[in-house]
Design a protein around this ligand. Structure first.
Ligand SMILES: [Zn+2]
Length: 507
């Protein structure tokens, strides 16, 4: 026994991990060497596969995977002076999300193929943000780390294999694993996912094959979030000198030519103020997300606990540093508006992280959370993962399912919380209706941009569904607010949403 303990204690000493610089050098040499990698100026990687929207807490239901076909293209030009990322992946409702994001040292912009729109503005993208996309290409990731790139490597052992831990300038630690040929097999980092807490994001590259110029190239990648498959891509192209890279980092000459949905959509103004549509009713906007606070005689009710969703397309996730910011601001605004009245109810429209991510930081002793029955566990998980320090005792927060309808009423106010049920975005969704004021607040059922093309790009399916749903029930709001909508849509927009012809995604 003593012998075994002694052996265990000595084991790490007896087999030291290799020097991390050495491991990185071997890995980059296998890929052609840092000099050659740095010489190439037109990187172009394309792939096709599938994406599970549930793994990023955006699926149809919290428990089942929501797979959608996925296509992507990455281009890196001129050592990262210009980088582009294009994705073509349908949303939950089947509508096509097909966008190109261009980031340059002098300008940046977006192409929306569905809207037939594209523009570049004199708005430089920071190098840190361009690097996030460049790291999707293992050659460039390794070359960056070997060249110093602000990264500091340390070493560790996992499962008997050598790994390198590289700390990026923003403090995020990337753990790199290599196979027996010194090829990069995986990169892992932790990300704070709203409503779920810190989760590992693991990229795995596989099916490496020899390449005359690049040493080896990977056949594809997969991304797991919290151990759940998020994205699986087989590369259809992996090149270092491709003119297609130059095309991808620029604007198409006329994106509108490619898809039928043109720019002849109508526009509607906001029909009501965006702050205080009625006495005691506040629409609170924090970091581009909205919630509604409604005052009753002796308490207040909050509708939605939004938090910002990190962008998993970069390494590490973009915007993760903002985690908790929206919740902190919302909490301050509620405190200022509630005038000492306690927060008795929080209504969560649906289980997506951008809608319930702040719940754990907002609900306190005596608060009841109203959710759709299928979203109870997601709410419990969000309560256990507050994005900001909490007040009170969260074990004394009740969760109450709303299967069809729940009415909150006192001498001053009536609020109806209605479960819309199965819809193109999620299997359930709660919307909130103030029948006396005829004001509605919803999350992801109806999209609206004041004075912008209506419906917003790709949102026709959802808008048509919800407008029809309301019409069949004879609910006629004067103002519809939403988590992602600046301003309020009115009867004109609702009417148009029903009559607008369906525009099938092309291509
Ligand atoms: Zn949603």
């Amino acid at each position: 026994m003593l012998l075994i303990l002694t052996w265990l204690a000595q084991a790490p000493v007896a087999r030291p991990a290799p020097d991390p610089r050495l491991l990185l050098d071997r890995a980059v040499t296998a890929l052609g060497g840092v000099d050659r990698i740095s010489r190439y100026e037109r990187w172009y990687v394309t792939g096709t596969g599938r994406e599970n929207l549930s793994a990023e807490l955006q699926g149809l239901s919290p428990s089942e995977p929501t797979y959608r076909p996925h296509e992507e293209r990455v281009a890196v030009v001129d050592g990262g002076r210009r980088v582009a990322w294009e994705r073509r992946t349908p949303r939950n409702d089947g509508s096509l999300r097909w966008r190109r994001f261009i980031q340059g040292a002098d300008s940046s912009g977006v192409v929306d193929w569905v809207a037939g729109y594209g523009a570049l503005r004199a708005n430089p993208a920071p190098m840190a943000s361009r690097l996030g996309l460049m790291r999707r290409i293992p050659h460039l990731l390794l070359a960056e780390l070997v060249s110093g790139g602000g990264a500091l490597a340390s070493r560790a052992h996992r499962g008997g294999r050598s790994v390198v831990a590289a700390t990026l300038p923003n403090g995020v630690v990337l753990t790199l694993g290599f196979d027996s040929r010194a090829l990069l097999s995986e990169v892992e980092y932790q990300v704070a996912m709203p409503g779920a807490g810190s989760l590992p994001v693991r990229w795995t590259w596989s099916a490496w094959r020899p390449d005359p110029n690049l040493g080896w190239v990977p056949g594809g990648h997969r991304i797991d979030v919290g151990g759940i498959l998020y994205q699986e891509v087989r590369y259809t192209s992996y090149q270092a000198e491709s003119d297609s890279a130059l095309t991808l980092v620029g604007l198409p000459s006329n994106p509108a030519r490619f898809l039928a949905t043109s720019n002849d959509r109508p526009t509607f103004p906001s029909v009501a103020p965006s702050g205080n549509p009625a006495p005691g009713v506040s629409i609170i906007s924090v970091r581009g997300l909205r919630a509604m606070l409604v005052e009753f005689a002796d308490h207040v009710v909050l509708v939605e606990a939004p938090e910002q969703h990190p962008g998993l397309e970069t390494i590490p996730a973009e915007g993760a540093a903002n985690h908790g910011g929206a919740t902190r601001e919302l909490k301050d605004r509620i405190a200022a508006l509630a005038g000492g009245k306690p927060l008795r109810y929080v209504v969560i429209t649906h289980h997506h992280d951008d809608h319930l991510g702040g719940l754990g930081g907002l609900a306190t002793t005596g608060t009841t959370v109203l959710v759709a029955p299928g979203h109870r566990q997601a709410a419990a998980r969000a309560l256990a993962a507050p994005p900001v320090p909490t007040d009170g005792d969260r074990t004394r927060v009740a969760i109450e399912p709303v299967a069809t309808r729940r009415v909150l009423a006192d001498s001053t106010r009536r609020m109806e919380i209605i479960n819309v049920g199965d819809n193109p975005h999620t299997t359930e969704n709660l919307m909130v209706w103030l029948p006396n004021e005829r004001i509605m607040f919803q999350g992801d059922l109806f999209y609206f941009e004041p004075d912008g093309p209506f419906p917003p790009s790709g949102r026709g399916t959802m808008n048509r569904f919800f407008a029809g749903w309301l019409e069949r029930r004879g609910i006629r709001p004067v103002a519809i607010y939403g988590v992602h909508n600046p301003g309020a849509a009115g009867a004109d927009a609702l009417r148009h949403a029903i009559t607008e012809a369906a525009t099938p995604p092309r291509g």
